[in-house]
Design a protein around this ligand. Structure first.
Ligand SMILES: Cc1cc2nc3c(=O)[nH]c(=O)nc-3n(C[C@H](O)[C@H](O)[C@H](O)COP(=O)(O)O)c2cc1C
Length: 237
């Protein structure tokens, strides 16, 4: 058996940090997806994955250290897929949607690493990090005019990052709003306009969440699935 075809569980957060324990491993095929965990197996018991197959093979205790080293090396060479979310939220609704999406993506796309940062702490170059950029903002009456971006998102996009070049960058947008306003959830349109004007690539239609997001988790999850499907490079041509 080739040892590098067995991996252990990685936690999200600090990138590629291995948290394998002495006697318990999760197994996956590194050839296909490092982060796609197929199950857990005790060392010495059937359960490892052999190269090119999904058959279970035993892992012996004596090879454990070498196994861990190979895992660490493999982790360094296999890139993660990173979704970078930049959001602005005033009363917490947009943040709630970002959390709901993140929770949903944990099961839909377990190999994804998700980084979420608030607009006020984001620098223009941060918008270029990750494989896909997701912008999320509620709609406000910034400057006394309804149908505007959250002020923090406005400052980021139209002041700090007004000259940023997003050429080719896969992007997606979420906008929140309230049906009682004439320009309902128009933040989504503003975000998409920014992406297009800066030559980014919108890979899915924007998600609009109207009124309180509580109870709308399913819609968020359905959109998350579309995002995952659209994030496959083959769809970007
Ligand atoms: C002062 C103010 C202005 C708002 N203006 C709009 C608006 O123009 N259009 C809209 O659809 N929603 C508007 N909303 C509703 C918010 O976008 C909505 O409540 C959203 O869920 C808030 O999300 P947040 O807590 O993440 O900021 C406004 C809310 C407030 C308090």
């Amino acid at each position: 058996m080739e040892l590098q075809t067995v991996t252990c569980r990685y936690k999200r957060g600090p990138r590629q940090e291995c948290i394998c324990h002495d006697d318990v491993y999760a197994v996956s095929s590194l050839e296909n997806d490092l982060m796609k965990i197929l199950g857990r197996v005790k060392v010495g018991q059937p359960g490892a994955v052999e190269r090119g197959t999904r058959q279970m093979k035993p892992v012996t205790c004596g090879k454990r250290r070498q196994l861990v080293n190979n895992i660490a090396n493999a982790a360094e060479t296999v890139p993660h897929f990173i979704l970078h979310i930049v959001f602005a939220s005033t009363s917490g609704h947009t943040e709630y949607v970002v959390d709901a999406l993140t929770n949903s993506l944990k099961s839909i796309a377990p190999g994804w690493e998700i980084e979420a940062t608030i607009a006020e702490k984001t620098q223009p170059q941060d918008l270029l990090s990750g494989d896909v950029l997701l912008l999320a903002s509620s709609t406000w009456n910034t400057g006394g005019i309804e149908g505007q971006l959250n002020p923090h998102m406005w400052v980021l996009l139209h002041d700090k990052a007004k000259s940023l070049d997003l050429t080719g960058k896969p992007c997606a947008c979420i906008g929140l709003g309230d049906h009682r306003y004439f320009y309902t959830a128009r933040a989504a349109d503003h975000l998409q306009h920014y992406v297009k004007a800066h030559h980014g690539r919108l890979i899915v239609p924007a998600l609009k969440i109207i009124d309180e997001p509580y109870g709308q988790e399913e819609a968020v999850g359905v959109w998350g699935k579309q995002l995952v499907d659209a994030s496959k490079p083959v769809d970007w041509s």
